[in-house]
Design a protein around this ligand. Structure first.
Ligand code: C2E
Ligand code: MG
Ligand code: MG
Ligand code: MG
Length: 294
């Protein structure tokens, strides 16, 4: 089979695997450098809207790396690398500090309160001291914890190295943070955890949204998750909403919040702020849709 050939092939050419690895090592060095020199990493912010009144309720912070030679590198490429090579705690601390600095800036400029959600990697839970990084960041930037939400993927819950996650989440929520499960439905984890873990919100993975409203199976899954979340008193946000039909379907089914290219792409903070201000001064009070038109 092709699979077996592939394996034989890689065994026979073992030395070339190291050569293949070296671009990765190069990238790793470049990432270390980026963290040291500054100026290459940036957070972009993607708006989240409440469907009931199209109001802006949150922003997801998404990491961007402008590589000096290769241009924009996707977080899907460099985050796994950082995780494998022990850089994620440092990178995660940078994200926390940057998001809080931005929140503090928006606070001082009198922007309306919205929750900024950051993505937390499993490595941050068992390599670094997440609780301390958050607490000291909040104090340094004078930002109330309710404004910084934490997104954890289902795989984090399954990672044995993270230990018993319930008391950790309990502590983070006692500190005042909102906690969401990201990419919900893709992690192969038992639903039982929903009963035991202190959570505020589920982020329905884009995979279930893409083919709405036509795909009957996805529609069934989405409706079931919404019903379950109501019973568990968890909020739901659908991610990856790209079309009006998807938005309309989600609204009809009672999904509370949405995020996706239909509304807005992740934007650099300054551009996001400019559009946000325009909408406020136009009296549109942060209505959805117009971010996408701009
Ligand atoms: P995620 O947390 O699930 O973030 C959502 C991803 O979907 C983002 O990709 C976003 O740009 C993209 N997206 C949003 N709306 C749409 C849409 O309508 N259609 C499509 N096709 N995509 C949409 P991005 O920015 O490339 O990030 C990929 C993943 O990298 C994130 O998935 C998250 O797991 C990870 N990541 C990004 N920033 C951070 C970070 O600061 N820390 C950690 N630990 N992980 C991060
Ligand atoms: Mg996320
Ligand atoms: Mg997600
Ligand atoms: Mg996702």
């Amino acid at each position: 089979s092709a699979k077996r050939n592939g394996r034989n092939h890689s065994q026979r050419f073992r030395p070339s695997l190291d050569v293949q690895d070296s671009p990765q090592l190069g990238m790793l060095n470049d990432l270390r450098n980026a963290l040291a020199v500054g100026g290459q990493l940036e957070l972009h912010y993607q708006p989240q809207y409440r469907l009931e009144d199209d109001s802006l309720v949150g922003l997801e912070a998404l990491l961007r790396w402008q590589h000096p030679r290769d241009g924009m590198v996707s977080p899907g490429d460099f985050i796994p690398l950082a995780e494998r090579h022990g850089l994620m705690a440092t990178l995660g601390d940078w994200v926390i500090d940057q998001a809080l600095a931005q929140l503090s800036h928006w606070q001082s400029k009198g922007m309306p309160e919205v929750v900024v959600w950051i993505n937390i990697s499993a490595m941050q839970l068992f390599q670094g001291d997440l609780e301390t990084a958050l607490a000291s960041g909040l104090a340094r930037h004078r930002v109330p914890p309710r404004l910084l939400g934490l997104e954890l993927t289902e795989s984090v819950l399954l990672d044995e190295r993270a230990g018993d996650i319930a008391p950790r989440l309990e502590k983070l929520r006692r500190q005042g943070h909102h906690v969401a499960i990201d990419d919900f439905g893709t992690g192969y984890s038992s639903l039982g955890y929903l009963k035991h873990l202190p959570l505020d919100k589920l982020k329905l993975d884009r995979a279930f949204i893409q083919a709405l409203p036509d795909d009957q199976a996805d529609a069934a899954i989405v409706c079931a998750v919404l019903a379950m979340a109501r019973g568990l008193e968890l909020e739901v946000i659908a991610e990856g909403v790209e079309t009006e039909a998807q938005r309309d379907y989600l609204r009809a089914q009672g999904c509370a919040q949405v995020q996706g290219f239909f509304y807005a792409r992740p934007l650099p903070a300054a551009r996001l702020e400019a559009q946000w201000r325009e909408q406020i001064s136009a009296g549109q009070i942060i209505k959805g849709k117009s971010f996408a038109e701009a």
